[in-house]
Design a protein. Structure first.
Length: 207
């Protein structure tokens, strides 16, 4: 090699060494980086699948319930539920209804939204649970067994024990002329509206 070539080679030595050091560092850190990156990617992918399933469950249940009762519905609730799924996660719902089979699909939707539904079939059992456990929300029917006002009685009795848990009535037949019962957060016979009311309730609690 000529002297000029040696001089050029010597000039390139720092760059070559830098590349070699970078290669060594990359090879050293490659495994830990990949080990951390793959689970993160899988988690994001899993969350996307989870949200997709939630959206499908809400849509199918809202439509089937509306068809069964000949009601209107608004699928805009799906986007709102998706936006607030982290806020809803882990919320504890005391769900009071004597017809468990009737609310099964609704409870499944709430479970898909990562809320925890604790079901009671009587006012007495609901009050006992309120004495012993904390809940974020109560969802109740009004007519139960042979008492057409059982839900309203539950509302009054929980007030008497100074329980401040918000309460939403979810009923089979709704008389809009009567409005919302005093002391209740809302009333509806539509699942989409029930989800909206639930989100409203928790948003106001946060704010």
């Amino acid at each position: 090699m000529t002297e000029s070539m040696w001089i050029e080679l010597i000039k390139d030595i720092p760059s070559i060494l830098t590349c070699l050091v970078g290669l060594v560092v990359f090879l050293t850190l490659k495994k830990p980086i990949v080990e951390k990156l793959i689970p993160a990617i899988s988690e994001i992918k899993g969350l996307g699948i989870e949200i997709k399933l939630v959206k499908e469950k809400i849509e199918s249940t809202v439509k089937s319930r509306a068809a069964a009762l000949n009601l209107d519905y608004d699928l805009g609730v799906i986007k709102r539920a998706e936006k607030n799924i982290e806020m809803l996660r882990g919320k504890k719902i005391l769900w009071v209804d004597d017809n468990i089979s009737w609310i099964k699909d609704e409870v499944d939707v709430y479970s898909e939204l990562k809320m925890i539904a604790d079901i009671s079939t009587t006012t007495e059992s609901a009050l006992e649970k309120l004495r012993n456990f904390n809940y974020d929300l109560i969802i109740s029917d009004i007519s139960r067994y042979d008492s057409p006002m059982a839900g309203l009685e539950l509302l009054e009795k929980k007030k008497a024990m100074n329980d401040e848990t918000k309460m939403i009535f979810y009923v089979g037949a709704l008389n809009n002329d009567k409005g919302v019962p005093p002391g209740a957060f809302g009333i509806t016979n539509r699942l989409d509206e029930l989800i909206h009311l639930t989100i409203d309730c928790f948003e106001r609690t946060i704010n």
